[in-house]
Unconditional design. Sequence first.
Length: 325
Amino acid sequence: MGREAEKPADGAAVLAVYLRPEGRKLSALAVFLVAGTAVQLASPQIIRAFIDTAAHGGADASLERLWMLAGLFIAVTLLAQVLQIGSTYFSEQLGWSATNRMRQDLADHALRLDMAFHTAKSPGELIERVDGDVAALAAFFSQFILQIIGGALLLAGILVVLYLQDWRIGVLLTGFAVVAGLVLHAIRQIAGGRWERLREAWSAFSGFLEERLAGLDDVRANGGGPHVMRRMAEVNAELLVANVDAARRGHWIFLTASALFSIGFGLALALGVWLFQRGEATIGTVFMFMQYAGMMSLPIMLIGQQLQQFQAASASLNRIRDLRA
């Protein structure tokens, strides 16, 4: 009951209450995220060295260096997969441990509420509040840290490496990343309320279904079947509209991220070709620019997807706060 007594006042405090006991898992996840980011940043450097060696070499020493670089690239790729598995493992452990404690606290809290509350709320709605909303947060806990924070680390690392290589490509892709972040944030603000409406529609649907199934004998005895089916169609229609509206608004983020990636890739290619024509970049360096620009697409798209998930998680979190209040 210690966590329940704290009564967090906002969403950040609620998350902090349930993440605080998971310090070891958070630390292990941070180690895997940082190591995985460093390994991903090394791969384009190896490819650049391989291309430049192949383009300017030809001697036996160059051939040995190519074999060495090829083996190093394979080893780095395998290490990246191992680190990704470790990150996913600790992320899932973190998500389920935190949300299982949240389920326990919410169930205990609901059992202690007075009869006036239970009379006003159907059992189906309470089940959706205690389990359905928390289940939406489980994916948020496990994937948000892994993809949002991991993606942010990768983006920052890419920009640092590009600045060290050539300040012009660094400035170009920094501006691209800032614009992409602002655009995605603006779209998230526009699409925000749709997910809370969807969670409310699911609660209404669960409550309606539970009540009618529990009173099935009375419905049959009083000839209420047609009325129940009409109400079922109305509730279903509201759920359908809320679901389609939320999904459509949420996909704006994904489509916008894809379009931004294409623009950034084209800008990096144009600047790389210009530097190559001026003799300020090798073929391997231009290819490295393209690799880093391509790598930026993955965290941007993952961040876009997780912002969509964050909308659903925020709606669930608001409803959990309402129940705790």
